[in-house]
Design a protein around this ligand. Structure first.
Ligand code: ZN
Ligand code: ZN
Length: 837
């Protein structure tokens, strides 16, 4: 056995530079290695002593983590302001900023020659809602749901050109991706950005700055108004659509169109929670309440500015116009007289002017908004044949409202030539191609640890005919367009479907994301040596599994872990931000951290129907600290979870939430100002679980299937925690969250069964790791040794490593490396080791 495993390891190292290197570490990663054999004899007394010394010698910033009493307000500030920053980062950002400023200064005053709209997030369940418009050197983004940034990056949309983000309606599905995107844009050196949307749209960003540090970027606000926005490319008119609780309150909005709503005091259209409602009713402010409860969605009517035709050089030659200034005159529309007396008219040598097309972006969030939409005069002038036909209307409207006869009737009043594209739950495209490809590769190594992803976006028959690449000619585009609009009426959004506005106009499916297993399989290396190594790996893994005790009983099958996000800070193609689904026992799940897009990751892994079931059994979530890459996916999980209970007709149970106080405050704020979510969770401060305080939450823990849950403060930012979870059988799993090497954690996790530790940096970046308060691979392994944990898995890898972090051979043999969608039972026999101890 040992010889066989040694062969595999030799095979790995021999292949270090071959394409199978890619497989090497993933395979090792799938096996949890016994680290107890390492020479280390730490005892509790010496750890207590070293904790004391560590505290005494640490810098002021670190001191604040442990001792300084803080007000809640203080928490928010210190989390971002006190986090140290690498100087090289600042310099790099400065350079990028200079480039962006230069590009903006050089921008032409004339409308760009090429303008196209790209669907980024289709609105499918688990996918963001986002529409990107590229116009020369500027770009615009309509809505930015969770995961939009990941798709924008994977599909190489030019984020450096982004100048405007336009939000339709204040709901998480429209802007859940905004905090993360702004953070990335800030790092890219973007000097400013304009945010358009309903009143209060900027509030979210202001508050999110407690965990999204964007102090070097100016976020300008352009609230909807009667005055359109205008730049060199287009004119955007804002159309308010009103909803609210009029039926309940007997509030008739027939007078709405004449109301001067701009002057109403109650323009904060927050969704008040019941407590506030009661308070206001009690104080006799019922009229104000009616106004405040009203909700607003903003539709955008976008009109491209006309663009002059271009000079047709062949025609100029025919007229014998000499090269030189006369060509410039003709281009400017002036007629010229040649030396021989011939008069050349500009219109004879220029292509016709592009008058500028029109498109709409509409979001009618619920049926309560229908009346206002129907009555809006802004759309009526573009209905039937007015000469100002919209070429395309993007509907962010949900399926249940689009199916309403009133909405259908409203749509039917637009000219037949108008294309309707919907970005909503009826879509099936999640949009990430690379995730599927990667999992196919990993699956070829071990289908147990890396199962194939369930959700395979299906293509409907109509689309299938059209999705073959187009030739790019205008006629083929428009004939495809007609084929669709005549049969279906509405095109369902698919990531990277384009609508070209200029120079040729029409729908283009040539880049639309369709994932085929054949394509993914064809990318798996198949030369002889690769296949040999793979076969040897399979054999040795199987042999190891056969030699271990076969575990079949259910009681021994838990706990299980499924990594849903294993990258740090910014989501990338194959590694999303932090999330681990920890299954304590059957139908008892708990999420450890919940980065942006975690819901989408669940859908990819389990498929739609199983995701609904998992959500109803997701009894708890633990958040380690306030950084966005650890909790920004929480709101969509909470909202989807409520939906899951409703769909399955089960009585709703709020989710237990263990989180640092600032995260709980952030959710409270969101609840107060945007959407009612406080009924979806029961919050417990992580600090309650410090220092053997677990008896305080004994009942709560028991209901989760846990014997004990303890936290400790770790060395990362204020209110950052590590956690230890012990199930009823006594199996203990420790999760570090983000931290520098931390003695508190060693003490907390002493003798644990499994340590999941962050390893953001490679070993030669010790200094950078220290500055950013993270750990290197060797530091994480050292913690495991001192803790005497039986097994260790590393996660939270810097996104600088596109697929796998750089590890020494010995490190690779001592630790498992987490990958997105890597699953396993925590029991060592089920995760055989290639390290024969
Ligand atoms: Zn992190
Ligand atoms: Zn962090």
């Amino acid at each position: 056995m040992a010889a066989c495993l040694a062969n595999v390891q030799r095979g790995f190292s021999a292949l270090h530079h071959s394409c199978l290197t890619y497989f090497h570490r993933p395979l090792i990663s799938s096996f949890v290695i016994n680290s107890r054999g390492c020479a280390c004899h730490t005892d509790r007394a010496s750890i207590s002593q070293s904790i004391f010394e560590e505290k005494r010698s640490s810098k002021q910033w670190e001191d604040s983590l442990f001792s300084r009493p803080r007000s809640p307000r203080d928490n928010f500030r210190t989390c971002t302001i006190d986090m140290p920053e690498d100087r090289s980062n600042k310099l790099h950002r400065g350079e990028l900023r200079a480039k962006v400023l230069k590009r903006r200064a050089e921008k032409s005053l004339y409308p760009p020659a090429e303008i196209s709209l790209h669907i980024i997030g289709s609105g499918a369940f688990g996918a963001p809602r986002a529409l990107y418009m590229l116009a020369g050197n500027s770009s615009y983004l309509f809505n930015c749901g969770e995961g939009a940034q990941r798709l924008l990056c994977e599909h190489k949309m030019k984020l450096g050109k982004l100048e405007h983000i336009l939000v339709t309606h204040l709901s998480w599905e429209n802007y859940g991706g905004l905090p993360g995107l702004l953070l990335s844009l800030h790092e890219m050196g973007l000097p400013s950005l304009t945010l358009h949307g309903p009143p209060d749209v900027e509030k979210l960003i202001e508050r999110a700055q407690s965990f999204v540090k964007i102090n070097a970027m100016e976020v300008l606000k352009k609230e909807y108004s009667d005055v359109p926005y205008e730049d060199e490319t287009l004119i955007i008119s804002y159309v308010p659509i009103w909803g609210g609780k009029k039926e309940k309150d007997g509030f008739d909005d027939s007078d709405l169109e004449t109301t001067n709503y701009c002057n109403l005091e109650g323009r904060k259209r927050r969704r008040l929670n019941t407590h506030n409602n009661a308070e206001m009713r009690g104080s006799g402010q019922e009229d104000a309440l009616k106004i405040k409860e009203r909700d607003m969605s903003v539709a955008y009517i976008c009109r491209l500015k006309p663009r002059a035709g271009s000079l047709l050089l062949e025609k100029c030659l025919d007229y014998k116009v000499p090269t030189g200034p006369l060509l410039g005159c003709l281009k400017r529309g002036e007629d010229v007289t040649l030396e021989n007396g011939t008069v050349v008219h500009s219109q004879d040598v220029m292509s016709p002017q592009d008058p500028g097309s029109l498109f709409f972006v509409v979001d009618c969030p619920t049926e309560a908004f229908l009346k206002s939409l129907m009555k809006s005069g802004h759309f009526q002038s573009h209905m039937e044949t007015s000469g100002l036909d919209p070429s395309v209307i993007f509907h962010f409207t949900p399926p249940e409202v689009m199916g309403n006869l009133k909405y259908q009737d409203w749509m039917s009043q637009f000219p037949k030539s108008t294309i309707h594209i919907s970005l909503n739950r009826d879509s099936t495209c999640l949009g990430n191609r690379e995730v599927y490809r990667n999992q196919f590769k990993l699956n070829s190594l071990d289908p147990v640890v890396f199962p194939l992803l369930k959700e395979f976006p299906s293509v409907n028959k109509n689309e299938a005919e059209i999705l073959s690449p187009l030739n790019g000619s205008a006629t083929s585009v428009s004939s495809k367009v007609l084929a669709i609009s005549a049969t279906d009426g509405v095109v369902q959004a698919r990531t990277l479907t384009q609508f070209r506005l200029r120079p040729k106009m029409g729908l283009d499916f040539s880049s639309s994301i369709v994932i085929s297993s054949e394509e993914a399989l064809s990318e798996i290396p198949s030369n002889e040596s690769d296949v040999n190594v793979r076969d040897r790996v399979h054999e040795s893994v199987q042999a190891k599994r056969d030699s271990d005790t076969v575990i079949t009983s259910e009681s021994q099958d838990f706990p299980r872990i499924l990594f849903l996000g294993t990258g740090s800070s910014v989501p990338q193609k194959t590694r999303n931000t932090s999330a681990i689904l920890f299954t304590i026992k059957k139908k008892h799940h708990m999420m450890l951290d919940c980065g942006e897009g975690t819901l989408g990751q669940l859908v990819r892994f389990f498929g739609l129907s199983k995701t609904w079931k998992i959500l109803t059994h997701l009894n708890a979530t633990y958040i380690s600290h306030l950084h966005a890459d650890h909790h920004i996916g929480l709101i969509s999980i909470l909202q989807a979870r409520e939906e899951a209970f409703m769909l399955q007709e089960k009585p709703f149970q709020p989710m237990k939430l263990f989180a640092p106080q600032p995260v709980i405050q952030w959710l409270d704020f969101y609840n107060m100002h945007f959407e009612s979510i406080d009924h979806l969770y029961q919050a417990h401060d992580n600090a309650l679980l410090l220092n053997d305080n677990e008896t305080m939450l004994k009942n709560v823990l028991e209901s989760l299937g846990l014997r004990r849950m303890q936290t400790c403060r770790v060395s990362h930012c204020p209110d950052a925690f590590g956690v230890s979870l012990t199930d009823l059988k006594g199996w203990t799993t420790v999760y570090s969250g983000d931290t520098r090497p931390c003695n508190n954690l060693v003490f907390l996790g002493m003798d644990c069964d499994l340590l999941i530790h962050e390893a953001t940096m490679e070993d030669d970046m010790v200094e950078a790791a220290h500055i950013k308060a993270h750990s290197t691979v060797s530091q994480a392994l050292d913690i495991a040794e001192r803790m005497q944990s039986k097994h260790i898995i590393l996660t939270h890898f810097s996104q600088r490593y596109c697929k796998i972090p750089i590890l020494s051979q010995s490190a690779a043999l001592r630790a498992g490396i987490a990958f997105d969608f890597m699953q396993g039972n925590c029991i060592p026999m089920d995760l055989p080791s290639v390290w024969d101890t």
